[in-house]
Design a protein around this ligand. Structure first.
Ligand code: KIV
Ligand code: ZN
Length: 406
């Protein structure tokens, strides 16, 4: 199948870094940017240069180091913002100026205190100025999903007339629903893009937990650039999570016939690097990169996974770079999982030995939340005549038919 290419625009260093507790210093930003480049993102939004000298320096440093990706700098539609963004990108191999202004009446009235006509002029001048400095200019209509659609299209049309080639439709406050967002993207495609070589981008926040669903709905409606962050960090409830989007596209290629440049086997290490830099990780049940994302505790699930991982795994842990499948042993585990873990530890238990150990194991599991390998070794020593330190028998999970499609 000839799949269409989707661009991944990573804004971990800008929108992600803006969220509480997620700030990073210059070296950390450069380290993460290098990792994002090897992960295969297409665009790294490295900062908002007018916001602080730190942001300005970060964009400059990322632009100097990362030569194989597009580096974007964010700016409002004010002249000094655009100039500062342009200055920060001077050494970039592939610079992009990303300028934005709000288009919803609520933002115009209470935040910008501007009329609709004034915002149209601000858009015109900012995009025109930005085009003097960069071939590639992206325009974002902040709060697009709460904007009057005719007015939104009018502003986007002005941005295109001045040379913007990427039009971003942000769901700034995470308010939209998938079907509604899909309609909005279709409207922008039909009324503004038409047959022109313009990329529609989307940027979804997760206030209702719908950022990824909305981004996928937008792809089906014609969006070809997705803005997202590692671990889904970002303002308030965060942004669409990069790893969830990349894996949804990879796993459900039957319904989403698209390709990204993401080297999915680097997803887990990228997530870990970010967690290490910001000092906190994702919740255990976070899709794709959470500690429990590939763990199976209930006995019936463990038996199924051991027989064939396809029973309960829609992608392999190795496809996202997780070191190994983790069978969590706890009080819901069954004999099959226990027997496999003993084999992995080098013990070949016969049926009656396994039965005896299993009873001791369930008693212990009632008292302890997690059972570790050391506990199992103690149990086996107490219950059987097997030596405490057996020669290791290599057990390869491949023999249970690991062949998930992803
Ligand atoms: O959420 C938002 O609207 C933004 C824009 C600056 C793209 O972050
Ligand atoms: Zn945002």
């Amino acid at each position: 199948m000839n799949s269409q290419r989707l661009k991944i625009f990573d804004t971990t260093l800008r929108d992600g870094e803006q969220s509480p507790g997620c700030s990073m210093n210059l070296n950390e930003k450069v380290r993460l940017a290098c990792k994002l480049q090897s992960l295969g993102v297409d665009i790294i939004e490295a900062g908002f240069p007018i916001a602080s000298d730190g942001d300005f320096q970060a964009v400059k440093a990322v632009a100097a180091q990362c030569r194989e990706v597009t580096v974007a700098a964010l700016c409002r539609t004010a002249e000094q913002d655009v100039r500062r963004a342009a200055e920060s990108l001077r050494g970039a191999a592939r610079p992009r100026i990303h300028t934005f202004v709000a288009t919803s009446d609520i933002h115009l009235q209470y935040k910008l205190k501007k009329t609709r006509a004034e915002v149209i002029e601000m858009t015109r001048e900012a995009v025109r100025l930005a085009r003097n400095f960069a071939e590639e200019v992206e325009f974002s209509a902040e709060d697009a999903t709460r904007s009057d659609v005719d007015y939104l299209c009018e502003v986007l049309e002005v941005a295109v007339a001045e040379g913007a080639t990427i039009l971003n439709v942000p769901d700034t406050v995470g308010y939209t629903l998938p079907t509604e967002f899909s309609q909005l993207v279709s409207t922008v495609r039909e009324r503004v893009v038409r047959d022109r070589d313009i990329t529609i981008s989307v940027h979804c926040h997760n206030d209702l937990g719908l950022a990824v669903a909305n981004s996928l709905a937008a792809i089906e409606a014609g969006a070809r650039q997705i803005e997202c962050t590692v671990n889904g960090i970002g303002e308030r409830a965060g942004n669409a999570s990069l790893e969830e989007i990349a894996m949804a596209i990879r796993v459900r290629t039957d319904r989403l016939p698209f390709a990204t440049g993401i080297n999915t086997s680097e997803i887990y290490s990228t997530s870990q690097l970010l967690s290490q830099i910001i000092g906190f990780g994702v919740q255990p049940n976070k899709a794709i990169v959470g500690r429990n994302a590939f763990a199976h505790e209930a006995g019936i699930h463990q038996h199924g996974v051991i027989s064939n991982p396809l029973c309960y795994e829609i992608m392999t842990p190795d496809s996202v770079g997780v070191p190994a499948n983790e069978l969590v042993l706890g009080k819901h585990s069954g004999r099959h999982a226990l027997g496999l873990r003993y084999q992995e530890l080098g013990y070949a238990l016969n049926a009656s030995e396994l039965e005896a150990v299993y009873h001791r194991f369930t008693e212990l599991a009632d008292r302890k939340k997690r059972i570790y390998d050391q506990d199992l070794i103690s149990l086996v020593a107490a219950e059987t005549s097997l030596p405490q330190q057996p020669g290791l028998i290599a057990v390869d999970r491949e023999q249970w038919g690991r062949s998930a499609s992803a």
